[in-house]
Design a protein around this ligand. Structure first.
Ligand code: FES
Length: 634
């Protein structure tokens, strides 16, 4: 049999695959994304499906719970299609298709905040209207030379480039409206590149994209380059998630599997193109009128987006293929905007401090500040920059995906139905939760998990090592499948129809995540011989949705014990920085400089980080003197 048919229920989607293909791969080919934290290694136990009909073969059993087995479920990544089959996908196994929650802030407010006298509206791309002298028998310079001469005068720039497809259509365009043309040029790195030549001088709109490629989610802003206003924004899951939750599993897939690099490159492009298509259709914009894209992502994401092998990012001494990749034409990448549009990736600092952090540093304006600022982006990695106008040092620690919901039983991204706030009564252990959108609870996002850990500790549900106090008098505390667990919301009040619990193993994962971030901050402070008290301002970015309880983050020892007024939560600073660079030549050049100026501190190079990490695996820390405002704790 050449191909077998895998039918997915209840979506009614079909994949035709070679016998021996895993159901995880078949699902992805059919367009159904399954949860696959481990990237198909069989260890996370999240890609559960039920084979309703047909012949399959188990490659291995993998890590599947007793309960799941009894319910007739199998791991999609370890189950191979041997004949035509019908597969049922439980709701819990899906990587949610809902839109990612974007920052609540009004778009217009962001315009006012970022475009200032310092960064006036001066986009990387502009339209110029020129009239060329008609050729004669005696003045017979070529069409392209003729255009170059007037553009050089107009742009005050000597180096002008054009792509072959535009050059090919130039003769008719120039002659179409009596040698009057409107030329769109991108001005990057001292050169002017022709993006489009239109006949005549008619007014026409042109647009740009600001793109944040996160390991978990991707966000795209559609921006009017004439007015500087963002027209719309959309976000969704990065389809690369099917190859693993974190950058390490994706690097391994890209560098060790035959088609790995292509798989990841296609998945990220597919995600961005889908968001672009939705934006263009909603706002009725023609793809040809989108003439520039600025992209910010961590170093691995930038490599995969450009289809650069990330192999050496992962291997000591962790060397990127490029920290400042050249601008690329959209056509070369397969980005579905004007084929000649330039796609510019903001520079990275090092393997684990990427363009997203450069974008964040730019938008926080910390490189112009007199005071000492700590900027932290908490995602699957905790990346941070410390400094001011005189110096900037950065580092990254592997926090794992816990604060983005990865590796947590009911963990999820901040989206509709995610529990974002938790309050637990100290005597009755009754729980009050608030969810994003005020809907029935589906799971818990990062801010909810931080609240939860702090509330557990304050209510005496866990001890300082994160161990559950199993003797407390409440039916919410119970022995679960793998460890003790505490019920946050009982099934009758949840959207998923299951009790939403936080297990002792979840608490351990959260302790590791928060310990890594705090240890990163401490190691960086030590390296520059400063204490927490020297920090004047802390700016926090990350996928927490619209809410982050700073006090709770201090209680669990995730953030330093500083007065609340020093903290500001700034949402997705990566896409905001990309947008700023798109709209302002000054900001773009500053981002280029930041890529070179920020010093990178490799935490794995010394022993400090490991020592700090071990000490931070308690609530809030082994050294309570670091958290004086919390008082004495048992
Ligand atoms: Fe199948 Fe992790 S167990 S993807």
């Amino acid at each position: 049999m050449d191909k077998v048919t895998v039918f997915f229920f209840p979506d009614n989607l079909v994949a035709h695959v070679a016998p021996g293909t895993s159901l995880l791969r078949a699902a992805s080919l059919a367009g159904v994304e399954l949860k696959s934290t481990c990237g198909g290694d069989g260890t996370c136990g999240r890609c559960l499906v039920k084979v309703k009909d047909g012949r399959v073969r188990a490659e291995s059993t993998g890590n599947i719970s007793k309960k799941a087995k009894q319910a007739g479920l199998v791991l999609a990544c370890k189950t191979l299609a041997d004949g035509n089959i019908v597969v049922d996908i439980p709701r819990d196994s899906r990587l949610d298709q809902h839109q990612v929650l974007l920052d609540k802030k009004d778009i217009l407010l962001e315009e006012e905040e970022s475009l200032t006298a310092e960064y006036p509206l001066n986009p990387l791309c502009r339209k110029v209207k020129v009239s060329l002298p008609e050729p004669t028998l005696t003045e017979n310079a070529s069409d392209w030379t003729r255009l170059q001469v007037v553009l050089r005068n107009e742009l005050n720039c000597q180096a002008i480039h054009i792509s072959l497809p535009i050059l090919r259509s130039l003769p008719e365009t120039l002659r179409g409206k009596d040698w009057r043309v409107t030329v769109t040029v991108a001005e990057l790195n001292g050169c002017a590149d022709v993006v489009q030549v239109e006949a005549g001088h008619e007014e026409s709109k042109f647009f740009g994209l600001a793109v944040d490629i996160g390991t978990t989610t991707i966000v795209v802003y559609l921006v009017d380059l004439d007015s500087g206003l963002s027209i719309g924004k959309k976000g969704t899951y990065n389809k690369q998630a099917r190859f693993g939750d974190d950058v390490i599993s994706r690097m391994i897939h890209a560098s060790e599997k035959a088609s790995g690099l292509d798989d990841l490159h296609k998945a990220v492009l597919e995600t961005i193109n889908q968001l672009i298509a939705e934006l263009l259709s909603q706002y009725q914009v023609n793809s040809r009128d989108v003439q520039l894209a600025v992209v910010a992502g961590n170093t691995t994401m930038t490599h995969l987006f450009l289809r650069l092998n990330p192999k050496y990012l992962r291997l000591e001494p962790y060397i990127p293929l490029a920290t400042a990749p050249p601008p690329i034409r959209a056509q070369e990448l397969g980005l579905q905007i004007n084929p000649s549009a330039y796609v510019v990736c903001l520079p990275s600092v090092a393997s684990y401090v990427g363009g997203d952090i450069v974008a964040g540093t730019l938008v926080t304006k910390m490189a112009k500040a007199e005071e000492i600022v700590l900027f932290i982006d908490i995602g699957t990695n905790g990346e941070m920059v410390l400094g001011n106008q005189d110096w900037l040092v950065s580092s990254a620690c592997s926090a794992g995906p816990a604060f983005e919901g990865g590796g947590i039983t009911f963990g999820m991204r901040a989206m509709q139905g995610a529990i974002e706030r938790v309050v637990i009564d100290r005597s009755s252990y009754d729980v009050t939760v608030s969810t994003v959108g005020g809907l029935k609870a589906v799971g818990i996002c990062g801010s909810g998990l931080i609240d939860c850990l702090a509330q557990f500790r304050e209510a005496g549900i866990i001890d300082r090592a994160g161990k559950m106090q199993t003797d407390i008098a409440t039916p919410r505390m119970r022995q679960g499948d793998d460890s003790w667990e505490f019920v946050l919301v009982f099934s009758e009040a949840t959207e998923c129809g299951k009790d939403i619990v936080v297990t002792e193993n979840d608490v351990k994962n959260l302790l590791r995540a928060k310990g890594a971030v705090y240890a990163g901050i401490r190691s960086m402070l030590k390296a520059v011989q400063l204490g927490e008290e020297s920090i004047d301002k802390v700016l926090i970015a990350g996928g927490f949705g619209n809410y982050l309880n700073i006090r709770d983050a201090i209680i669990i020892g995730l953030l330093p014990d500083l007065p609340a007024e020093k903290y500001t939560f700034i949402g997705n600073s990566s896409v905001k920085g990309a947008r700023l660079a798109l709209l302002s030549q000054e900001a773009f050049h500053e981002a280029q400089e930041l890529g070179k100026k920020i010093t990178y501190l490799e935490l794995s190079a010394g022993n400090d980080f490991m020592e700090e990490f071990m000490a931070a695996l308690f609530l809030p820390h082994t050294d309570l003197t670091l958290f004086p405002s919390l008082g004495k704790q048992k």
